[in-house]
Design a protein around this ligand. Structure first.
Ligand code: GLA
Length: 382
């Protein structure tokens, strides 16, 4: 939907006023998965798909919100007990509450929003909503909150109002994204570096299984819990270890017998994935996309067999990519469904997409959706 179309929907709902319009994107992540709640690195980029919201203060102390794509409307106040029942509205409400908890005051507003970042596809549609509203309210009310804190507001919304104990990657990149650049973020120090990403001769493409993930379904939180337990167990011998990012495989092995086997296994994945992000950073500096691709396959293997956050359909697409000679492929995001991200040589692109569609359809009855990745800017006013 374009800015004009969102404004039109807003006006149909709330009257012939002129709202301000903001947007925030979804994201891809080249490598570094389930590392962002372990103090480790991630390598995301914002994409050209996201949320567009029209917003205007309404002179009351209530929010009146319209989700254009779902054709659903709700209203809520700013008190903790005003939590709306609609899932999408919890994101807006959470952002408002988290801003208020930081000592700022809000005013009631009318808003209509639409998005083209697919829901539940591992491309962070929810972070796009959170970042849009955190950014917009901060800007419109001149709240003086910096972009790191806006990201934390989105993350705290997930923790406190949605029930997903997510890391900071999605909200960070939705705010800090830059066209043509991936960002390597150190989630322990929040230091970040932009990497120009223009792999000549390759394309990045997402294949969406259309299997909907349920991050909130506790599998995500379970893994986070395992990682925290493993780090705390290691810290008994090595107090300097605050996160798994600080631990080596040797330290983990010393503590192996003091933790559940499942936590140990999950921790090995995180320690290996941390090293893979470092290797990919070095490879990118050299323009060595073959190594980048190899590491992507290793991540897929780790996510599927060790961390166990893949699913049959994702593994199938990963196999098709490998058999086709695709440079790199892996499940992207939290997992349990959604997309694979694929680094494909230009000359293989057409035949790979054709093959993947046909083979997937023959097995699962529908084609995967294909999204070409265009690395774009973060949150902004339109
Ligand atoms: C989800 C979470 C992120 C991150 C990824 C996995 O997208 O929101 O914080 O943990 O999963 O890398």
């Amino acid at each position: 939907m374009t800015k004009q179309e969102v404004i039109k929907k807003y006006q149909e709902k709330f009257g012939n006023y002129t709202p301000e319009v903001y947007t925030s994107p979804g994201r891809v992540n080249l490598i570094g998965e389930h590392t962002d709640y372990n103090g480790s690195f991630v390598f995301p980029g914002a994409i050209d798909k996201g949320i567009i919201a029209a917003i205007r203060f309404n002179g009351t102390d209530k929010v009146r919100a319209y989700a254009i794509d779902l054709d659903e409307y709700t209203e809520f106040g700013f008190n903790e007990e005003d939590l709306p029942k609609e899932g999408w509205a919890k994101y807006l409400f959470g952002v408002c509450r988290e801003i208020i908890k930081r000592g700022k005051s809000l005013k009631g507003f009318d808003t209509a929003f639409a998005g083209d970042v697919p829901l539940g596809a591992g491309m962070s549609s929810s972070a796009a909503i959170e970042s849009t509203y955190a950014f917009a309210l901060n800007d419109l009310l001149d709240l003086g909150i910096d972009k790191f804190e806006l990201a934390r507001i989105g993350q705290a919304t997930e923790h406190n109002y949605v029930g997903v104990k997510c890391g900071i990657m999605d909200q960070f990149i939705s705010l800090f994204g830059k066209a043509g650049h991936l960002v390597r973020l150190d989630t322990k120090t929040m230091e970040y570096e932009y990497f120009p990403f223009d792999p000549k001769g390759y394309k990045l493409v997402l294949l969406d299984t259309l299997v909907k993930h349920e991050l909130a379904s506790s599998a995500y939180n379970d893994r986070r819990h395992s990682c925290e337990n493993a780090a705390a167990t290691i810290a008994k011998r090595h107090p300097e270890v605050k996160f798994l990012r600080d631990a080596t495989m040797e330290m983990l092995n010393e503590a192996k017998d003091d933790m559940p086997a499942e936590d140990y296994k999950r921790a090995t994945y995180v320690i290996e994935e941390t090293q893979r992000v470092r290797d990919v950073s070095d490879a990118l500096e050299r323009g060595d996309y073959e190594t980048v691709g190899q590491k992507m396959y290793e991540t897929h293997h780790g996510m599927s067999k060790v961390y166990e956050v893949s699913c049959e359909e994702l593994d199938f697409l990963n196999d098709v990519a490998r058999e086709h000679g695709v440079t790199g492929s892996r499940v992207m995001g939290g997992g349990f469904g959604g997309c694979t991200i694929n680094l494909v040589k230009d000359e293989l692109y057409d035949s790979f997409i054709k093959d993947a569609k046909e083979q997937f359809k023959a097995k699962y009855g529908h084609e995967p959706k294909v999204y070409d990745v265009v690395i774009s800017d973060g949150a902004r006013k339109l």
